[in-house]
Every structure is written in C-alpha cells, then in structure tokens.
Design a protein around this ligand. Structure first.
Ligand code: ZN
Length: 287
C-alpha cells in the first residue's frame, strides 16, 4: 500500500502507480478516516479498509500539491553516523550505540517546493525515514517491522554553522529551521516494497544538486537497521503512532567535500529512493 498527502487530503495511491506521475483516490470521498496525520493512530484498521478500496475513481495527482506524508509527527528522531562511509567522512569512530538527536516537528515540509536558506552553511543529507504505526515501549528488535507503518524519503537538511557553533554540537537546532525536514512523496509499506521485488532492508537512495549526483548509497549498509532502531529508541522513549525516524545519511554530504560545498540560492536538490520516489526542492533567500 502507498499513501500520499495531496492538497491537504489523504490519498490512497493506485497500485502500480508511477511514483513520479501518481494516481490515487481521495480517502475521505471513499469513506474512510482521512486525516494524513491521525491515520497512523488506527493504522491496522486503515490498512484493512484500503485492502478493499476501489480505484475506479482514481485521478492523476498534481506532484506540486503533494504535502509531507506525516504532516505533524509527535516526535522526530534523527540518527547520526549510521553509515560507515559517512562516519569516515565525518572523521568519527563507528558508533556502538545509535547516535540519537531530535529534529523539531515544525521543520517538516512536503516533497516539492522552495526551502528558505538559513543564515549558515546549509547541507544536504538524504535519508530513509521510518514512520511508526503501532507505538510502544520496550519493543523487541524481532518485532520492529510490526511497529512501522511504512517507509518514506527524507532530507535531514542541516545548517552546519548552527550545528557546530560551539562544542558540544547542537544537532537539534542546526537541523530544525523551517523546511529542513522534507518528507515524501509517498509512504510505502514494507510488504508493498517486497511485492515490487524490493528488499525494505536494502533500498538504494541518493540525491543530486543541480543534476549532479552527490550522494548514492544503500540502506543495507546502515549500521543499525530499521528494526534495530525501533528497539533501541523504544528501550527509552515511548514511540507514538506517526512518529518519524530519520535513519541516517550515506557519504557525500557537502561538509565532507574538499573544499566543502553548501547550498546556494537557486540550487535544485533532487532526492530519490527506489520504490518510494523523488523529492525536488529549490533553495531561496540569500544568505
Ligand atoms: Zn542526518
């Protein structure tokens, strides 16, 4: 199952739909609960309804009108240094426990449109994002996937000046300017990815700046997998339906380049993940 947030409404995407030319049905018009955020609070019931939905009324969606698939997450977790190659480019040792930080929920935005540059050096970090369906505390790693509603794509945009203004690093502030947490274009369930011949534990993802590939990796290279992160996070924090987990970025961030490279006014950032689709953002506002 794939869902999207289109023009403020929850949409169930037609099976086989091209992620870049999506078609779907309006969930409210089709008779189910239709809030793009609260749907995660009764995810099992929604999935049961979606399994019987008719796509006779499916219509093309306007990609420009897509919103974040999780518009108001109660909690937004970020994971640092979760890929060996990114830990190396950051000059850091491999973590033995997940490096966890918070992105504040007001930084969430949709998969298309403009993002205003913050005053510092703005960097890209393409990431797989896990969305919690069934919440809980003390979830076993073996049960981790059962608590995930689905996967989407995210950018953990980061102002490196704010982040590293003074030791220790300010991850939460540096990554929470308005628009610094794009999510989309769709939420895809793990079983749907498997039905498409993809492995939800090993998806390819990357991003391009003005058409030039800058990041490309596979989520199978993550040090802590999605179910491992659900277990480690829920060992401490009670997870809630609609929480999102940015699972970390592969190598290729701007700060890791020689010389460093950051986003400028007019730059176009295209992010992609197999089975999920693309996000496209343009950066506005002079620094
Ligand atoms: Zn990140």
């Amino acid at each position: 199952m794939r869902i999207a947030h289109h023009a403020g409404r929850l949409v169930l995407l037609e099976p086989g739909t091209d992620p870049d030319e999506p078609r779907g049905i309006d969930v409210a018009a089709a008779g189910s609960d239709a809030d793009p955020q609260t749907v995660y609070e009764h995810w099992d019931a929604f999935r049961a309804w979606a399994a019987t939905a008719s796509f006779a009324a499916a219509v093309p969606l306007d990609p420009a009108a897509l919103g974040p698939v999780v518009p108001r997450p109660p909690q937004v977790f970020g994971i640092g240094l979760n890929y060996r190659d990114h830990a190396a480019e950051s000059g850091m040792d491999l973590p033995t426990e997940p490096v966890v930080f918070t992105k504040y929920p007001t930084s969430v935005t949709g998969p298309r449109g403009d993002v205003r540059l913050s005053p510092g050096d703005v960097d890209w970090e393409v990431e797989l994002v896990a969305v919690i369906g069934r919440g809980g505390h003390g979830i076993a790693e073996a049960d981790g996937w059962d608590h995930v509603a689905g996967l989407t794509l995210g950018q953990d945009l980061s102002d490196r000046v704010t982040q590293f203004a003074a030791p220790p690093a300010q991850f939460g502030l540096g990554k929470s300017y308005p628009g610094f947490s794009p999510l989309g274009p769709a939420l895809v369930t793990a079983d749907e990815l498997r039905a498409d011949g993809l492995d939800p534990d090993d998806l390819e993802l990357g991003c391009l700046v003005n058409g030039e590939s800058v990041q490309k990796g596979r989520t199978g290279a993550m040090i802590f997998s999605v179910p491992a992160l659900v277990a480690r996070l829920s060992a401490v924090v009670t997870l809630l339906p609609g929480d999102v987990v940015f699972t970390g970025t592969p190598a290729g961030i701007g700060a890791g380049r020689t010389p460093p490279r950051f986003l400028s006014e007019g730059d176009e950032l295209t992010s992609w993940c197999t089975g999920i689709g693309q996000m496209r953002h343009r950066f506005v506002g002079s620094r």
